[in-house]
Write a protein that binds this ligand. Sequence first.
Ligand code: WT7
Length: 648
Amino acid sequence: MQRFQINSYHEYEKAYKDSVENPEAFWDEIASSFLWKKKWTKTLEWDFTKPEVKWFVNGKLNITENCLDRHLEERANQTALIFEPNSPNEAAQYFTYKALHSKVCQFANVLKANGIKKGDRVCIYMPMVPELTIAVLACARIGAVHSVVFGGFSSSALAARINDAQCKMLLTADGGFRGDKITPLKAIADEALQSCPSIEKTIVLKRVLSDVALKTNQVWWHDEIKKVDDNCPAVEIDAEDMLFILYTSGSTGKPKGMVHTCGGYMVYTAYTFRNVFQYRCDRTQRYGREDTRASMPDVYWCTADIGWITGHSYIVYGPLANGATTVMFEGIPSYPDYGRFWEICEKHRVNQFYTAPTAIRALAKNTVNLADNYNLKHIKTLGTVGEPINLEAWNWYNDYVGKGKCPIVDTWWQTETGGIMISSLAGVTNDKPTYATLPLPGVQPVLLDEKGNEIQGNPAEGILAIKFPWPGLARTIYGDHQRYKNVYFSAYKGKYFPGDGALRDKSGNYRITGRVDDVIIVSGHNLGTAPIEDIIDEHPLVAESAIVGFPHDIKGNALYGYVTLKDSDNSYNHDALRKEINQLISDSIGPIAKLEKIQFTDGLPKTRSGKIMRRILRKIAEKDTSNLGDTSTLLNPECVQDIMDNAL
Ligand code: WT7
C-alpha cells in the first residue's frame, strides 16, 4: 500500500525510475494491493509488432469485488455515489457502499434472469442516472461485456454500435433530462432496433415518466428488479477477459470498438485516480484543523458522461476501486444557469473537480464571476481533460475556481489508453499552464521526427509515441485486430502511436499540441472528418465535400464544410441545403457532428494525384490566407481564389 500512494516529488521520481527500470516488479507491487481470486503467474507478456499485450497473466478477479465488496468491511455506510439530478429542485440521491453493492447484485440477477451470461455483450443507452452506474457494474459482476453508447448519439449510430458488437441485450430508458429538454431515448432505441437482429431483450428504465409503451421482448426495469434478490456472487474472471467495449471515432471508416480487459484496466485506473487527483479516503486533517469525524473521504466530481471513457475510468471504476465518494450529474453546465456547477460544488462540498476545457470556456464566457457567488473553499484539486487547454481558459479556471490556490492537473490520455498517461500529480509535482507535464509511472513517452527517429534532448517537438506497454492499454479493436495494428502500431515500428503531436520543454514537461491526423476535437468530442464527408456525399445533390476544423471560442474547434454540388446551378436554395446536410449528419452520427459553416464551392483544391489539399482549406477556414504556401502545383489552382472570395 505504501507504494500505491505517491505523496511527494521524491516518491514520484522514485516510482517513475522503478517503473522504467523494472516495470514488472513495479506493477506487481501495485497490483498486489487489490483483491484477486487467483494470483497471476506472469506480470507482463508483450510484443508491439503483433501487437499483443497481456498483463497479470492467468490472474483471476472480479472488478466489482474490488469496487464494492472489498469496501464493505470498512466503509459499508460511507457514501459511494452521489447523484445530482438535472433539476436543482429534485433531491440528490446518496448510495452507500452497502446500498450500491446491493443494487448492483440485484440488477446482475436481473441480467441473468433475462438470459445474459459471461461474455455476452450488453449495450447500454441510458441517461446519466444512478441506474447507469448500476447497470455497468452489474454487467461486470457476471462477466458480461458492457458497451455504453452516449445518449446523444442517433438511432443509426446506436444501431451500428449494437451490430458491430453483436449485443444480445439493450438497456435504455424512456427518456433523459438535459437542461430544459428531454431526449426520447426509447423512441430512438426503437428505431435502431429495427435493424438490430442480435438484440433478444430490452430493459427499459422509467426516468422521465413519458408515455412510452413496451414492444415485444421489452420489459420494465422496475418490474424486473422485483423478481430477484440481491444475492449475486461475483463471477471469477480472467485478468485478460473483456470488461467492456467503448467506441471512438477514427479518421476514416466506422467507429472503433476499443476493448478493455479486467485486470490491467482496474489496476491502472485505480492507481492513476489516486495519484493524479491525490484523492484520500481518510483525511483526518481538513482545512488546517483536526476533523472530528474519524475518517472523512474526499468528495470527487467528474462532470463527464459515462458514455465516454472519462466517465468509465474516472466516475465509475477508478474512484470506486479506491473506496471514494464519486458524484454523477445528470444535467448540463448551463441549466438552470451557468452557476450550476458551482452550486453543486458547494452543496456536496466537492474536493476534486474534473471537467473539460470546452466547459471551462463556456463558463468563463457566461458567468463572469458567478463562481464568486458560491462557496468553493472545499475544492483542493482541479482537473481538465479532452483537448489542449488554452492559456486564457487555464487562467480563468485558476483564478475564479481555484482562487489561485488549487493545483490544476491537465490530464492527457485517450479512450485507447484506458487511463491518464501524462499529467501532474496534484500538489506533488508542479503544474505548468497549458502543459500536461510529466508521464505517470509506467508511461514511457518519446517524441519522433517525421522519419520515426526518436528525438533526444530538450527542448524538442515532434510526434508523440509510447514505447512500452502500461496496464490500461486497450488490447484490440473488437472484431478487427488488423485495424488495431494498422492504426496504432504500424506508423512507427514497435511503438504505440496515439495520433497527437507534442513538444517537450527543457525540464521534460510535455505539451500536447493537437492531432496529427484527420481527427478534429469539437467540444472535447473526437470526430473523424472522413466519416462525416461520406455522409454528406450521400446527399443526392452533392458531388464531393471536405471538412476542416477552425478555432471556436467555446467548442475549441468547430467544423467547416466545403461542399461541391453535382450541378452548379445557382438556383438551389443554399440555406435549405445546409439544413438538409446537417440533418443528414445529425441522423447518422448525432448533433455533435453538425457543421458550423457550410460553403458551396465550384471545386476543391487538389494535388495532381487527386488528393484534396486540406491544408489550404484549413487556412481559409481559419481566415489566415496570408501564407497559403505554393498553390501552383495544384491541379486546379484557380479554385483557390474563388473559395477565398466566398469564404464564410
Ligand atoms: C484525444 C483522445 C481521454 C478522455 C477524453 C478524450 C485529446 C485528451 C488532452 C489533454 C491535450 C488532449 C488528444 C487525444 N486530449 N486530453 N489534456 N491535452 N489533448 O478521449 O475521445 O479518446 O480523445 O483527446 O488529442 O488523442 P478521446
